[in-house]
Design a protein. Sequence first.
Lengths: 424, 261
Amino acid sequence: MSEFWGPFWIVLAGALAGASCGLLGAYLVLRKMSLLGDALSHAVLPGIVIAFLLSGSRDVIPMFIGAAICGVIATVLIETFHRRWRVQEDSSIGIAFTALFALGVVLITAFAGQVDLDQECVLYGEIAYTPWDRLFWGEWDLGPRPIWILGTVFALNLAFVLVFYKELLIASFDAEMALSVGVSAALVHYMLMGAVSVTTVAAFESVGAILVVAMLIVPGASAYLWSDRLKVILTLSALMGVISAIAGYFLAGVWNSSIAGAMVVVMGFLFALSLIFAPHYGVLGRFVRQVRLSLKVARDHVLLKLLRERESQRVSALSWGDLVDTAARWVSGIAIRSLMWQGLITRENGHFSLGEQGVIHATRLLRNHRLWESYLNQIGLPPDHVHDPADALEHFTDDRLREEIRAALPNIATDPQGKRIPEG
Amino acid sequence: MLHAVDESVTPIHIHDMTVAYHKKPVLWDVDLAVPEGKLVGVVGPNGAGKSTMIKAIMDLVPKASGWVRIYGKPYLRMRQAIGYVPQRESVDWDFPINALDVVLMGRYGHVGWVRRPDKIDRELAEEALEKVGMTDFGHRQINQLSGGQQQRVFLARALAQDAQIYLMDEPFAGVDAATERAIIDILMDLRARKKTMLVVHHDLHTVNQYFDWLVLINMRIVAAGETKNVFTEDNLNKTYGGRLTVLSEAAQAVAHHQRGL
């Protein structure tokens, strides 16, 4: 095997397995059925072993048939346990898949001598053998067998998702609505489970029974964090499967470790990255939004404090110590500095006062605050109860909302404390 | 039967229908003939079987006995004549989909398996969104909509189904006053166009104002007919009062017996 082709076939096998699993996995995560993917990938084992024993070879066709039958049996068992015998759904899944998987393990070990099938390979896969496992047409070498299998399965999965996109969508979102427009959610469910079973088998030899679960769940769960659009999620999920395969291969080289294992480690790493950096649902994004929000609130409070002082005509400037919010010194300090930087407030002789633009901003905020107080008072809150809610609402009141409140308060010039509501 | 029902002009005709969950009956011997072009309220206490009745009409739950005819034909042949608004809580609003694509689902029954919705379907979906006052929200992710807006999206989806009969499961639950007004306006408009609507409803205060026909239900039909005849204190007592506990005790006993065996 050449320097190039050996690694190429291995990476391609991993990429095809990752993309196949990623496509279906996105749906499993979406339908909150990740566990079912896990269950099926294990439950097909006895089907494969029996197919090996009966056919006496590692032919693909008997293997797929055995797995598909076993997958359907597992799905039916789970449904029956749950719906008919009222076992909890998670328990039903747990019972069905562990029992079938155990049966598979027993069969392998009992008949290990008779077929070319060993526990290690089934559990952990042997993607490294990909380049040497050839497919022949008569005398003709067609290339590595796993590539043909995984390529076919990927094409089938892609076709399945494209052709039944609409049916998968409605059955996943609203099963009853689906039924009422003639799309049997149960049929879609069995088709998806059938596809998962077949994909599992195809990925089996490459990545093994345990790691295929990661391939089914992790890319989908990661992609789900990045987008609110199903098409983007599906694409990303498949893409993450591919990236993991490529990066995993090289990582395995560096660590001198199992290739399939390294691929899944990369998947875990991608998930961690998603969890941190995904814009809407990522930890970092949330943190940034939170900081930005508290900064906005702190800035508003600084502006309001200065305006109120000015209004009371005691002083028009405040010292740092008077202005900074002692309860949130750090954020408040940044708020003051950023306001100064923007010229909304100015400092002279160590005292702060509102700039020209600052007055406009602050007046609008004060108007918000007092309009809210009046409004809350009008809808029944006593005057001494309205300050705190108004304090929270003033920051989030845009022009439209302000006009709505204004319209609900005809001819009101002062707030419940008798203070003037400024125009702004 | 006291009077024969002319099935071909009866939108929904239910005959001796009993529905059971796990052998425990939740609806007993329902007989109901809903006249065409009426806005019909379905009212009763929690667990009275209101949603179950609607689902049984659409074959979403199996019937233990009895049958339903839609304009004289079985449901399966009349599926496209029925538009459905499920309870808002019945779906996951974090699902990655926007409002317009949800409304477009109303067209799926007309589009058929495997084929894609075309430009006309899209236009109809946009039209439906416009009718519920949600044009600007078509591309909004559904979890960014308020409860009232989500309910409007569901209603728009049913409108996109372009049906003769609309079955609605608590369309007014948890919506703001403006949405309630908007929804009732649309229902009145549908009635003016001879559509028939069966609406599960909770608020007894608005029954007289909204519905011209009423079904009072508590595990069986207590009364059904024009609101002015049916909406009486006596009937409400029968629906909400203790008299019907015999039926629920019977249901408990059946369930108990099943478990005991």
